[in-house]
Design a protein around this ligand. Structure first.
Ligand code: GLA
Length: 747
C-alpha cells in the first residue's frame, strides 16, 4: 500500500469516530452577540476653578480619559482628539478599566459572574451633573450589556479648592450574585512619560517619612494589609511631580491623591510602554472579594485628587483647604492646647497626681488636661499594658473620687477635661475576654497572636459595634464635664478570623472599617461637640476617611522635636497642621533619647496643635516660665497655623536649616518657623530665607517671639513683603537645635 492510501484510510477512520454534528467546523454565531447601542460622541468635562478632568464618550460607547490637569478653556475641542490608540473596548485610556475586552493593564474592576465568566465591558449609558454649594457632582453611568452590571463613576468637583473626589458605585441588577475581585474607587490615566513619586513610609514612632522615586516602566504599588493601623507603614496618599525627576515646592505640575479609607488600601502606578501612566486606587481587595447580591449596590470610598501648576506646595494647600472646608470633623476649628498625662505619669498615678498636673496645666496657660491610659479595670487593674483592656469601669484604687471629681476639678480651674479609651481592643487578662471569647478576631483552632498583649474585637459583629459605641457612651456618662476623647487603636489584624462572619470571612476587612465608621456616626449623632482625637499607636490611622469623624490625630508617639521635624513635614504634605497633635515632652526623649532645648521643643510643637506631655513638676522654674510665655504667644498666631496657607521654605531632608511658614488667608499675618537640624559651619550663619505667600506691597512688622535677643537684625522692624520674599530675611542660626519663630503682621 502506498503511503498516500494509508494516510487516506487513517483520515477516514478517524473521521468516522467523531460524531457527525461535530464534524463541521463550529462557526461563532455572531447573531448571539449582544449589541452595544451606538451613542452620540461627546465630551464630559469635570472642572474646578483651575483644574479639569476630561472624558470622551466614543460612538461605540467606550469612555476614555483624555485629560487631568489644568482647566482647559474649551473641553469640547477634545471631541476630535485622536490619541492614536483607537477606541476599542480595552484601550489604554479607559476611564474605568475592567478585566475584559482587550484591556491588559491593572483593572479598576474585575468581576466573576454566576456562570464563571470573567469578562466585564463597560459602555456609556448616560451622565448628568448637579451643582450646589461650591461642588459640582458629575455621574457617568456605564453598563455591561452582557451581564447587566452597572457602574457609576462619580466625580465631586470642589470648585474653590481645586479638588476632585472620585468614587465608583457598582450595582448588580441581575438575578445572580456577582463576585468582585477588584473594585477601585478611581482610575486616572495620563500621558506622562516621566514622573517623580513622593510617598510616605514609616513604622511605630516614625511615621510619614518621605520617599521619592522616579517611576520606571512597570507597576509601583503603595498598599496596606494591616486591617487596622493601616497607615503605620505607608499612607494612602502621594504627590506626583509630572514630567520631571525633581521635587519642586513652587513650580511645575504636581498631582496629589489621598484615599478616604481606614483599612487595607492599594494605589498602583502603572507606567506603560505607550507613554501613559495609569493610577488605580481604592480598597485593597486582597482576601476581600466582595459578593454583590442581586439588586445590591456597592459604594467605594472617595479618592481625593488635586492638581497644581505651581509645584507641590500648592497641591498641599489645595488638600488642606478641602480638608478643612469639607472633610475634617469640626472643620479644622481651633482645638485646645493640652497637657496629656501619658509620658508624664504613664500608668502610675493617683487622684493627687492628676489634680497637681491640672494645677500645673492651668498655671502654664494650657486649656485642657487629658487623662491617658490607666484609669480603668477593677478585677484586672490597668496598671500596665498586660491587662484590663475591655473592662471600662473606673479603677477606684487609683481614683476613688471618680472621673467626675477630676473633670470638675479641671473645669473649676478653667480648663477642659479629656480622657483616653481604646474601645476596639481587649487584653486576654480581662473580664471582657472571658465573657465574650467569640468577639475576638481569631482563626478557630489556631493560637491567637497578641500584639502589645492585646487582641482585636470583631467590629464586623453588630453586638461588638454596640459594645464599642457603649464604651464611648458610658465613658461620657462618667461625667458631664468630659470635653475630649482620645480614641486609640494599638494593634493590627493578624491571624484573621471572625466567628460572626462564619463562612464569609472575605467580608472581614471591609466590614471592620464599615463597622468602625458606623460606630463613629452614632458617636457623632449623640456627641456632636465632643472633640475626638484619632490615635493609633501615634499616627497609624491618619487618613481622610477617619478624619470625617475625628477632629485631630495623634501624629506620632515620637515626641522628639528632631524626629518631629521629619514626621510633621511628611504628614503636613497631605494633612493640615490643624489636625496634627504635637507635644512638648521631657528630655532625654523617651523614644529617641535625644536631648533638645525646651525652646526647640516648643517651637516644633507650636507648628501644629500644641500640647505638653510630661510631668510639669519636673520642669525647672526657667523652663516653666518659658513654657508659659510660649503658650501665651502661640495663642496670638495659632489661628494662622490652623487655618492659614502652608509654605515649605526648605526640606529637613535636604537642608540643615529647615523652615516653613503659615500665612493668613488675607495675607495680613504670617508665622515663620525655622530649625537648625544639623551643624554645618559658622560661616553659614545668616542663611537667606526667601519667604513666600506674602503680599509684596504690604509692610509687615517682623518680630521674633520668645527670645531676649533676636537672631535677626530686623526683628521689631517693618519690611515690605517684596523685600522679605526677595532675599532680605536672613536670621543667624548656626548652632545645632537653634530654632526661631517669627511673627509677621501687616500694618
Ligand atoms: C498608644 C498611644 C499613646 C498612649 C498609649 C497608652 O501608644 O499612641 O499616646 O496613649 O497608647 O497606652
Amino acid at each position: 500500500m502506498s503511503r498516500k492510501i494509508i494516510l487516506m484510510l487513517f483520515l477516514l477512520l478517524s473521521a468516522a469516530s467523531v460524531p457527525v454534528a461535530a464534524r463541521k467546523v463550529k462557526q461563532v454565531d455572531r447573531r448571539a452577540e449582544k449589541p452595544v447601542p451606538e451613542v452620540e460622541k461627546k465630551v464630559i468635562a469635570v472642572q474646578t476653578a483651575h483644574t479639569g478632568l476630561v472624558l470622551i464618550v466614543h460612538k461605540n460607547g467606550v469612555v476614555t480619559m483624555a485629560h487631568y490637569g489644568k482647566k482647559v478653556l474649551s473641553p469640547d475641542e477634545f471631541m476630535e482628539f485622536n490619541s492614536h490608540q483607537g477606541s476599542a473596548y480595552g484601550n489604554r485610556e479607559m476611564a474605568f478599566p475592567t478585566q475584559g475586552g482587550s484591556f491588559l493593564g491593572t483593572p479598576a474592576l474585575s468581576a466573576v459572574y454566576a456562570d464563571g465568566s470573567r469578562n466585564t465591558e463597560l459602555y456609556y449609558v448616560s451622565h448628568d451633573s448637579s451643582a450646589g454649594n461650591g461642588v459640582v457632582t458629575t455621574t457617568v453611568r456605564l453598563k455591561d450589556y452582557v451581564t447587566s452590571l452597572e457602574v457609576a463613576l462619580v466625580y465631586e468637583a470642589y470648585q474653590d479648592e481645586d479638588v476632585i473626589v472620585a468614587h465608583s458605585e457598582i450595582t448588580n441588577p441581575s438575578k445572580t450574585p456577582v463576585m468582585l475581585y477588584d473594585y477601585a474607587s478611581s482610575s486616572m490615566v495620563m500621558p506622562v512619560r516621566k514622573a517623580l513619586l513622593t510617598h510616605f513610609w514609616g513604622s511605630w514612632a516614625s511615621e510619614m517619612n518621605v520617599d521619592r522615586t522616579v517611576l520606571t516602566h512597570g507597576i509601583k504599588t503603595l498598599e496596606s494589609f494591616r486591617g487596622t493601623m493601616a497607615t503605620q507603614n505607608t499612607n494612602p496618599s502621594f504627590l506626583l511631580s509630572l514630567g520631571t525627576d525633581r521635587f519642586d515646592e513652587n513650580a511645575g505640575e504636581v498631582i496629589a491623591g489621598a484615599l478616604q479609607w481606614s483599612g487595607n488600601f492599594r494605589i498602583s502606578f502603572n507606567m506603560d510602554n505607550s507613554g501613559r501612566l495609569g493610577i488605580v486606587s481604592g480598597i485593597n481587595s486582597r482576601s476581600s472579594e466582595y459578593k454583590l447580591l442581586p439588586g445590591a449596590s456597592f459604594q467605594t470610598p472617595g479618592m481625593v485628587w488635586t492638581y497644581s501648576a505651581e509645584g507641590a506646595g500648592k497641591a498641599s494647600r489645595n488638600l488642606h483647604d478641602w480638608a478643612r472646608n469639607w472633610c475634617i470633623y469640626g472643620g479644622g476649628k481651633i482645638n485646645p492646647t493640652l497637657l496629656n498625662s501619658w509620658e508624664g505619669a504613664y500608668f502610675t498615678f493617683t487622684t493627687e497626681t492628676l489634680l497637681r498636673m491640672i494645677d500645673d496645666a492651668a498655671g502654664m496657660g494650657l486649656e485642657m488636661f487629658v487623662l491617658d491610659d490607666g484609669w480603668f479595670g477593677s478585677d484586672f487593674p490597668r496598671d500596665n499594658d498586660k491587662q484590663g483592656l475591655g473592662d471600662w469601669e473606673l479603677n477606684s484604687a487609683k481614683i476613688p473620687e471618680g472621673i467626675d471629681f477630676v473633670a470638675r476639678y479641671a473645669h473649676s480651674k478653667g480648663i477642659k477635661f479629656g480622657i483616653w479609651i481604646e474601645p476596639e481592643m481587649v487584653n486576654p487578662r480581662s473580664n471582657l475576654a472571658a465573657a465574650h471569647p467569640g468577639w475576638v478576631v481569631r482563626s478557630p483552632e489556631r493560637s491567637v497572636p497578641t500584639q502589645r498583649n492585646q487582641w482585636l474585637l470583631d467590629l464586623t459583629n453588630p453586638d461588638v459595634q454596640d459594645f464599642v459605641f457603649g464604651v464611648f457612651d458610658r465613658t461620657m456618662q462618667l461625667s458631664s464635664n468630659i470635653d475630649y476623647i482620645k480614641w486609640d487603636c494599638n494593634r493590627y489584624v493578624a491571624g484573621m478570623g471572625s466567628e460572626y462572619l462564619g463562612e464569609e470571612q472575605n467580608r472581614f476587612y471591609l466590614e471592620y472599617v464599615q463597622g468602625l465608621y458606623s460606630v463613629m456616626r452614632r458617636v457623632r449623632e449623640k456627641y456632636p461637640d465632643t472633640i475626638v482625637q484619632c490615635c493609633s499607636s501615634g499616627g497609624s490611622r491618619v487618613d481622610y476617611g477617619a478624619l470625617r469623624y475625628f477632629n485631630e490625630v495623634w501624629t506620632s508617639d515620637d515626641t522628639d522635636a528632631l524626629a518631629r521635624a521629619f514626621i510633621q513635614y511628611g504628614t503636613n504634605m497631605i494633612y493640615p497642621a490643624c489636625v496634627t497633635g504635637s507635644h512638648v515632652s521631657a528630655v532625654p526623649n523617651h523614644q529617641t533619647a535625644n536631648v533638645t532645648p525646651i525652646k526647640m521643643r516648643f517651637d516644633m510643637a507650636c507648628s501644629g496643635r500644641l500640647g505638653m506631655e510630661l510631668q510639669p513638676k519636673n520642669l525647672t522654674p526657667q523652663e516653666r516660665e518659658f513654657a508659659s510665655a510660649a503658650i501665651a504667644s502661640y495663642e496670638k498666631y495659632r489661628d494662622i497655623v490652623f487655618g492659614g496657607d502652608l509654605y515649605r521654605l526648605s526640606s529637613p531632608y535636604d537642608d540643615p536649616l529647615y523652615s516653613f511658614m503659615y500665612v493668613s488667608k488675607d495675607k495680613s499675618r504670617a508665622v515663620v518657623f525655622s530649625f537648625n537640624l544639623k551643624y554645618t559651619n559658622r560661616d553659614i550663619g545668616g542663611v537667606v530665607m526667601r519667604l513666600r505667600g506674602l503680599d509684596s506691597g504690604k509692610k509687615y512688622t517682623v518680630t521674633e517671639l520668645n527670645v531676649d535677643k533676636s537672631c535677626w537684625w530686623g526683628s521689631g522692624k517693618a519690611f515690605s513683603g517684596d523685600f522679605l520674599m526677595e532675599g532680605g530675611f536672613n536670621p543667624r542660626m548656626f548652632k545645632l537645635y537653634e530654632s526661631s519663630v517669627f511673627y509677621l503682621e501687616a500694618k
